[in-house]
Unconditional design. Sequence first.
Length: 497
Amino acid sequence: MDGDLPAAGGCHGGRETLLAAAEAAGKSETMARLLADYPRGPHDQPQSMCPAFGSLRVGLRMRRVATILSGSACCVYGLTFTSHFYGARRSVGYVPFNSESLVRGQLYEDIRNAVIETAKPELYDAVVVINLCVPTASGVPLDLLPKQIDGVRVIGIDVPGFGVPTHAEAKDVLAGAMLRCARGEAEQGPVQRPRQAIDERPRVTLVGELFPADPVGVGALLAPMGLSVAPQLPAREWRDLYAALDCAVVAAVHPFYVASLREFAAAGRPVVGSGPVGVEGTALWLEAIGAAAGVSPGAIAAAKAQALPAIRAALDAYPIDARVTVSGYEGSELLVARLLIEAGAEVPYVGTALPRTTWSEPDREWLVAHGAHVQYRASLEDDMAAMRAVRPDLALGTTPLVQQAKELGIPAIYFTNMVSARPLFGAAGAAALAGIVAAQTRGRHRFAEMVDFFETVGTGDAAGSGWSGVPADRSAARERYRRSRAARPDSDKPVGV
Ligand code: SF4
């Protein structure tokens, strides 16, 4: 381990310093893998929550899995706060450290002891240990942990903010590591079946965190082809991983699970991108899934005949006559934009914080052919600039984008809370999304009234109500400080190093 560690800066500074420290501390291979799987782009630093939240969430949502964090206390505080905000309802393990225990290698011993203490087979199938930024940069070697203790698997992963750009991709880091382990076990001999009865028809594994009704709806779409839905990935229990692997086709409906899809490919499973959204999207997806599963053309036609009229009827019931911009970090942005366009919307801009992959290519091509600009690795600044340029009737986006939209009097809804919290696929998805967008755009005059109402309270440094006079403008001092920092020769270094 490297004692010359940058102790501050973290997600908002010093990425190159931390990366160099991690490589010097023996993590070159890990960092090269992360950079290959999750390539950088215009957006290459976290602009939302800590990326490790994705891995933490995947672990916390699984039965009989314990999750332990190794990182700075401030990072762990934020991560546990967020996980409980999202209803984790279980403890998050934490191995604290200080400069001495980090530099002398004691942290690794402390993690090892914590894992041994936690790995009780009567309680857990697996213990997950997540290295955050500082332990990764220090080279804390989780790969030296025992692979299993009394039958409890030990999964150690590095999820640094300077190597994994978004929390969505961090879900894949853990899901992929678990799938690799489960695949190795399945190759050795018989494994457990899922707790629930499993459909014996050929199965399709859906990859991505989906609204709970969506897998059920997709099952109905697949039934005329003699196919069923397998337990999805990320899994809810270790034994479900085997059933997810034991499928006829993998549907990469969230197209950024690169490490997980690599495991499916190694298991010989064909992978199909895009998803069943709208009439055209569903027709093409059913054809692709049917072809990959070796289904007859007649059965594919029967599946389309069953699904498409209901989706058409749902879209016709909620026609959208509006210009909409779409931006988010969930990975389903392109699918949402497709559905909006099929419902009648004009969508000139789609920004996603995720990178371009093979599995979203059908959606990208379709969107470009329908007049949309698709921005992968979109930054908040990209999304804001697009919204200001386009002046949409409705903006779907992240919290800061929605705040900015409201200031401009543009109706806006949160992607994560409003769009991702509804079905997306089949007729149910068409009705839900088109319904909410139609309702929001109908009320657009209210936003103009809101801007009028707040016009006198000022903005930025001069914002406020009830003061005597306008607050002094201090922006010149901020700008002077920014310039002096930018002029420092070591300005890439984290503050305090
Ligand atoms: S682990 Fe890294 S990215 Fe996450 S909050 Fe801490 S410093 Fe930021």
